[in-house]
Ligand binder design. Structure first.
Ligand SMILES: N=CN[C@@H](CCC(=O)O)C(=O)O
Ligand SMILES: [Zn+2]
Length: 414
């Protein structure tokens, strides 16, 4: 049994209401100028004003003085494609020269070039490469994350990806796996994409759900990738097999992905850069969470998703990196937090809620993580500053001083 007392901390955390925060609730966070956190066996036993917390210390505890630094919940990154090998730096240069993301995919590059690399990688190679990405995320303050498959695009290679993701769970980052066989149509089905949808629906989803290899199913609903009808079919099949639902919706074109998300009451809809007002209204009405990916918009040099409008409409908003080797090579939730403020116009409080508690709701983890409250995991980040605002204010700098997972320190100044 270990008892740890962190003293002299400036605490900033959302408070959990048992559901994602929305509207003006996203602006309300708890803060304590001279706070403390008492941790027993990795879980928070007491948190709040130091003098109050000290009353609960009735036995020997290891004391750590945080020197007045700011403490926030560990970041939760609810949308990543972190299981991959190789980068696509050349493709990035092509995009700078004017080629579009979807054109590159249509020509057999983009996602499909990572598919080639993942298919020819052994399990061990894929494991090592994914572990490196996860460790970089941890160094950058992410203590829980989601990882999608979707670079295998055949039953065997999708299973290989999901087994790698499974093997990395809890080492020490908490990981949620999402099956994304419908990430792109593989080359061998180029002439018959419907047959690939059949394969996803009839073979892949039942197999992966039966093996317990994924909690969610996701689909890239986009012009020249998967249509709204394909996406509906895939997601309904996944729901039938007990999987939660996610959708890459209206990233480049407004196909009606947001509307489909509302119709199916999915667990979250992602991207939404081009979503229509009508689609967003439908999402607000059905309470669908939006997972916004500002580092992707930044990296693709596109306009950000209309986050302010969404919050005003009552759509609960979460943030994620979208970490992948194509549209957004970024493991840093600090960067995402910063872009949400400086690019999308969120307040410091909204950005914190979106990157911790609402992000935890997006992947069904909020009972354990996402806020610093009694009974939750002691996953937190110590910042080199007095408020979370330091991460948007001090540019080009990692303001993350220390990262704690279940009360244990995993990374110091690097
Ligand atoms: N848009 C589709 N999928 C990823 C990109 C994956 C890739 O380019 O490798 C995304 O969410 O941005
Ligand atoms: Zn994505």
């Amino acid at each position: 049994m270990t008892l740890k007392l962190f003293r002299n901390a400036r605490i900033y955390t959302p408070l959990d209401k048992g559901r994602p925060l929305r509207g003006s609730e996203m602006n309300q966070i708890y803060s304590e100028e001279k706070g403390a956190i008492l941790i027993r066996d990795g879980y928070i036993e007491s948190i709040g004003q130091e003098l109050e917390v000290l009353k609960y210390v009735t036995e020997d505890a290891l004391e750590i003085d945080l020197g007045g630094r700011c403490v926030i919940p560990g970041f939760v990154d609810p949308h990543t494609h972190a299981c991959f090998v190789g980068t696509r730096e050349r493709e990035f240069i092509l995009r700078l020269q004017g080629a579009s993301y979807l054109e590159i995919l249509k020509m057999g590059g983009g996602i499909l070039s990572t598919v080639d690399k993942v298919r020819s990688a052994s399990y061990d190679e894929l494991y090592t490469s994914t572990e490196e990405v996860v460790n970089r995320a941890l160094k950058n303050g992410t203590t829980s994350m989601e990882i999608k498959s979707g670079y295998g695009l055949s039953l065997d290679h999708e299973v290989k990806m999901l087994e790698v993701i499974d093997a990395l769970k809890g080492k020490p980052v908490d990981i949620i796996a999402t099956f994304m066989g419908a990430h792109a149509v593989p080359r061998e089905y180029k002439e018959n994409p419907k047959a690939y949808v059949d394969l996803v629906v009839e073979e892949m989803i039942p197999h992966i759900a039966a093996k317990g290899l994924a909690k969610y199913c996701d689909v890239f609903c986009e012009e020249s990738v998967f249509s709204v009808d394909d996406a509906r079919r895939i997601l309904l099949a996944a729901r039938k097999c007990g999987l939660g639902l996610k959708i890459h919706a209206d990233e480049v074109y407004d196909l009606g992905g947001a509307k489909l998300a509302a119709e199916l009451k999915v667990d979250s809809a992602e991207h939404l850069l081009a979503a229509s007002e009508e689609g967003l209204k439908a999402m607000a009405e059905s309470g669908v969470l939006a997972v916004l990916l500002p580092a992707t918009a930044f990296s693709l040099r596109k306009s950000y998703a209309p986050a302010r409008k969404m919050i005003e409409m009552g759509v609960p908003v979460a943030l994620a990196t979208d970490c992948n080797p194509g549209s957004c090579y970024c493991e840093s939730m600090e960067m995402v937090f910063r872009l949400a403020i400086l690019g999308m116009g969120l307040s410091m409080e909204e950005s914190l809620v979106a990157s911790t508690l609402n992000a935890a709701y997006a992947i069904g983890m909020a009972t354990h993580v996402g806020s610093l409250e009694r009974g939750k995991k002691a996953d937190f980040v110590v910042l080199e500053g007095e408020t979370p605002g330091i991460m948007a204010y001090h540019l080009g700098w990692r303001n993350i001083k220390e990262v704690y997972k279940m009360g244990q320190r995993f990374s110091s100044e690097v």
